[in-house]
Design a protein around this ligand. Structure first.
Ligand code: UT7
Length: 321
């Protein structure tokens, strides 16, 4: 059994944080942020808004777009690095909000590659006849793990959620998925605290994203180049057969490098990093939903999703929409 996306949805919190506002918070400039990252603004969750709140809105939008009832869903996977609680999973919290009961629900933690991991897992549930209708979400409130006094990281990230309904289909939707990780790079991008290690940082409200940006940048560009090759080879498909690149939205320069690798003009690349910043696991489904709703992505298009993030983790999904 194949898997096909039958609906997409997304949600961004109302509050917009501009580069100009960041200039008054840290030693930075709109010019530096735009030229080094492409980011103009990002959305920030309200104090009382959680990852589950954002995920729920994206999920309801995807459910509506797919024309299904919530009760049709028999699997929920949420990719997030910023879950509401240590447990239960945010997926279980969403299940309760949707008033559905009994189906498997779990969170996936692969940082910015989380949505790619979640899609790959959902596709395997469907192809093995363990699920027929999966709700797959990427949702983040990264603003909660940002040190707003650190100019190296505070200008980069944003909050948001994106979701898809992935259903069993007799025609091919997902053509292949490719997942990787290499934990030797854990120190280059992390939050160096958790429940069982450096817990005092959490209690002291000092558990924030740390990143050696230029080191991450170099590995990201090379690795994404390799995942593009791996995906094309696995499907015996030529670069020009890909209609749309929907990349993880970390940095405009990384996105352009991947497009160049594919000999793709930027008109065929979905870019939201300028408007959303880096929303980690939410970035790919958010960008996908934007392009579906504005009519660029159409039924039958061949689309390459790719991402790279903390771990390091990286991966791709090639699909026919
Ligand atoms: O989503 C997960 C994966 N994450 C990524 O893929 C992020 C990858 N990395 C990047 O996107 C880029 O490395 C950054 C945007 C984070 C940084 O750009 P860069 O061109 O690599 O700059 P850099 O880190 O080499 O820093 C260059 C200079 C430094 O000053 P000096 O040492 O040359 O005097 C930084 O201190 O820019 C300085 N700098 C800033 N200046 C103004 C760093 N952050 C800022 C800032 N405003 N916000």
């Amino acid at each position: 059994m194949y898997s096909k996306i039958t609906g997409t949805g997304s949600y961004l919190p109302d509050r917009i944080l501009t580069n100009a506002e960041l200039e008054s918070m840290v030693d930075t400039s709109d010019e530096w942020i735009r030229s080094r990252t492409g980011i103009e603004k990002r959305h920030i969750a309200a104090d009382d808004q959680t990852t589950c709140d954002l995920a729920e809105k994206a999920a309801l939008s995807a459910i509506k777009a797919a024309g299904i009832n919530a009760s049709d869903i028999d699997l929920i996977i949420i990719a997030t690095t910023t879950p509401d609680l240590v447990f239960p999973s945010t997926a279980c919290l969403i299940q309760e909000r949707l008033d559905i009961h009994g189906c498997p629900c779990f969170d996936v933690q692969a940082v910015c590659t989380g949505f790619i991991y979640a899609m790959s897992i959902a596709e395997k549930f469907i192809s093995s006849n363990s699920s027929t209708c999966a709700l797959v979400i990427g949702a983040e409130t990264l603003s909660r793990i940002i040190n707003w006094k650190d100019r190296n990281t505070s200008v980069l990230f944003g909050d948001g959620a994106g979701a898809v309904i992935l259903q069993a289909s007799e025609t091919q939707g997902i053509l292949s998925s490719h997942l990787h990780a290499d934990g030797q790079y854990a120190n280059l991008l992390n939050v160096p605290a958790g429940i069982s290690s450096n817990h005092e940082m959490i209690k002291a409200d000092k558990a924030f994203i740390t990143m050696q940006g230029n080191e991450v940048f170099k590995v990201a560009v090379n690795t994404l180049g390799r995942i593009v090759d791996e995906t094309l080879t696995a499907n015996s498909i030529k670069k020009e057969e890909i209609d749309w690149l929907v990349p993880h939205q970390a940095n405009m320069r990384i996105i352009s490098a991947t497009a160049k690798k594919l000999d793709m003009s930027m008109e065929r690349v979905i870019v939201t990093v300028d408007q959303h910043g880096n929303t980690s696991a939410a970035s790919v489904p958010l960008a996908l939903d934007v392009a579906v709703r504005d009519g660029r992505i159409k039924v039958g298009d061949t689309i390459l999703l790719e991402a790279f993030g903390g771990g390091f983790t990286w991966g791709s999904v090639l699909l026919r929409y």
